[in-house]
Design a protein around this ligand. Structure first.
Ligand code: CTP
Length: 397
């Protein structure tokens, strides 16, 4: 997603300026071309040399720097940018932008660009909470600026409060989302389910499965990065909370069914990557079950088949975790559940399926077309599935 994109990273004079080096590094590693613009006060906190060494690109600190690649810096950068990110953004730069003042290379770049602009504020808690700053942020938000909210935490003053720069991964996620605006899923609503549901036995125990949630998360992030507005419905997992989408946390198959029914209203597609329990304990003990008997029998009853029962006119994509007769079994599921597409994976392969970062799948569509993909990362698999989703959605229009 970030490969071959130009990200103009504006750095202003906050103690959090050192964190911009990490942002630049992560963007650079992901293949983006990072053009750093620093205000004069930013150069007091972190040197242009640091940023230049990380990005391998000249760092702009002056609008009229001679010999630089950009003739008139702010115009050239503004036009080259796929997105402009100001991180950290001080109260001062926020006030200037809200007032339309452009008296340095960064504010001029902001005024001259048509690319999405992202602001990650970082400042003292009192400055952040001051109604003047809040008004300025609201004004910028109303003008289409994307604000990555400050977090609550320890500030440079030693105090605890609001005004801390958002987490780097959150900023990167928002950048990816901004770059995806106008992608081939722009304007589409996609619902993705992820993880393995847990069916409680008593207050401390449950029946679960080995799904890690990684495939579903990769699906949701890939859809977000192609411009879709995404709802991710996820069973408990240990993955970091994804940004730029609505995330609904559930535990049981019944809760997932309810969340799916709510989310698919007006959806264009449902992608069920979750490993949903097929059975749940008939009764859940109210107190912890004691080991008083030598045997314990649990009676299980079927859960609802979410994908088969969900109603609505949207594209339905299922996954089929199989250990034998993979294509034939998946095709059967596609027919039984009336799906548009099914993604079959061989769970007996260690590189594929549960817990792995890679997956080897076969896509089977409702017309019977079979596409066997090589071993790919889950993110690559997600994009291949979405290529097919885009094609099938096109066919419905
Ligand atoms: N699925 C669902 N609701 C369930 C079980 C499964 O919506 N109660 C969905 C899964 O999210 C997946 C697809 O149906 O997209 C196939 O799931 P899978 O576990 O492979 O198949 P099952 O239908 O459960 O059949 P079986 O376990 O007998 O193979």
């Amino acid at each position: 997603m970030l490969a071959n994109k130009t990200v103009v990273l504006g750095i202003t004079g906050s103690i959090a300026a050192y964190k911009a080096a990490d942002i630049a590094s992560k963007l650079n590693q992901a293949g983006a071309r990072v053009e750093v613009v620093m205000t004069e006060s930013a150069t007091k906190f972190i040197t242009p040399l640091t940023l230049r060494s990380i990005t391998g690109r000249p760092v702009v600190t002056d609008m009229f720097e001679p010999g630089s690649e950009f003739s008139i810096e702010h115009v050239a950068l503004a036009e080259a940018a796929d997105t402009v990110v100001i991180a950290p953004a001080t109260a001062c730069i926020i006030a200037k932008m809200a007032a339309g003042i452009s008296d340095d290379v960064l504010t001029c770049t902001v005024l001259a660009t048509k690319a999405p602009i992202i602001l990650a504020p970082a400042m003292n808690a009192n400055m952040f909470e001051n109604p003047i700053t809040q008004d300025n942020l609201n004004k910028l938000k109303a003008r289409g600026f994307i604000i990555v909210g400050s977090t609550h935490g320890r500030l440079a003053s030693g105090k605890i409060g609001l005004g801390r720069l958002a987490e780097i991964d959150k900023i990167i996620g928002i950048i990816q989302q901004a770059l995806g605006m106008g992608g081939d899923l722009a304007g589409k609503r996609i619902v993705v389910t992820a993880g393995g549901t847990q069916e409680p036995i008593d207050p401390v125990r449950h029946i679960g499965n080995r799904s890690s949630g990684k495939m579903g998360y990769a699906m949701a992030e890939a859809a977000r990065d192609r411009g879709a507005s995404v709802t991710l419905i996820t069973a408990p997992d240990s993955l970091p909370e994804p940004v730029g989408m609505e995330v609904v946390h559930i535990q049981t198959a019944t809760q997932m069914k309810e969340a799916v029914a709510k989310a698919v209203v007006q959806a264009d597609g449902l992608i069920m990557a979750a490993a949903v329990a097929d059975y749940q304990p008939k009764e859940v003990a109210e107190t912890k079950i004691k080991k008083e008997t030598s045997r314990l029998t649990l009676e299980l009853v079927r859960t609802a088949d979410i994908l088969s029962e969900v109603k609505g006119d949207f594209l339905k994509v299922g996954f089929a975790a199989e250990s034998q007769d993979i294509v034939a079994s998946a095709r059967q599921k596609l027919e039984n559940k009336q799906l548009d597409l099914i993604v079959a994976n061989d769970i007996t392969d260690a590189d594929s399926g549960f817990g792995a970062d890679t997956n080897k799948v076969t896509l089977i569509d409702r017309d019977g077309k079979v596409d066997s993909l090589p071993l790919l990362t889950k993110r690559e698999v997600a994009d291949k599935i979405l290529d097919k989703v885009v094609e099938l959605l096109g066919g419905r229009e």
